[in-house]
Design a protein around this ligand. Structure first.
Ligand code: RP5
Length: 155
């Protein structure tokens, strides 16, 4: 397992269908991770407490998925200097553009690295790339993954 942990946070049980893709890829890379369902508007104190203590609790990257007025990733980023990767979840009414803009348009000073709508797997790959800077086992697995991607394209 990896030296450091990644947190996978989602705003609702309904986000699980998409966020599972991030979880599966972290598992594929043997990256230690914890999964939490907590909402920035339904459980603000719980989320704040998680974010304030995340680094001390061994996390190095936080992946946060949310839909609609998706303030969860930005709210977390307000409380920590750990990199936060936001996953905008597709929505019924606005197709996820609401989630995307809520996450990507963070005001200057508090960035959230944002992947595509429903791009949970890319969030896990990016988290792996960050951990790989200081974890050779993750680096080796990611390098192999990228090589396989390239081979797939050639085939
Ligand atoms: C956000 O609202 C969640 O991240 C979810 O994508 C969306 C809808 O939540 P539910 O009404 O399904 O719980 O907080």
């Amino acid at each position: 397992m990896s030296k450091f942990k990644v947190a996978v946070i989602m705003g609702s049980e309904s986000d699980k269908e998409i966020m599972i893709e991030a979880i599966n890829f972290l598992q594929e890379l043997d990256i230690t991770h914890e999964i939490k369902i907590m909402s920035a508007h339904r459980h603000p104190e719980e989320v704040a407490s998680f974010a304030k203590n995340a680094e001390a609790n061994g996390f190095r990257v936080i992946i946060a998925g949310a839909g609609k007025a998706a303030h969860l990733p930005g709210f977390i980023a307000a409380y920590t200097i750990l990199p936060v990767i936001g996953v905008p979840i597709k929505t019924k009414d606005l197709g996820g553009l609401d989630s995307l803009l809520s996450i990507v348009q963070m005001p200057k000073g508090v960035p959230v690295a944002t992947v595509a709508i429903d791009g949970a797997k890319n969030a896990a790959i990016l988290a792996g790339e960050i951990l790989a800077l200081a974890d050779d086992a993750v680096k080796t697995k990611l390098t192999a993954f990228k090589r396989k991607l390239a081979t797939g394209v050639v085939k």
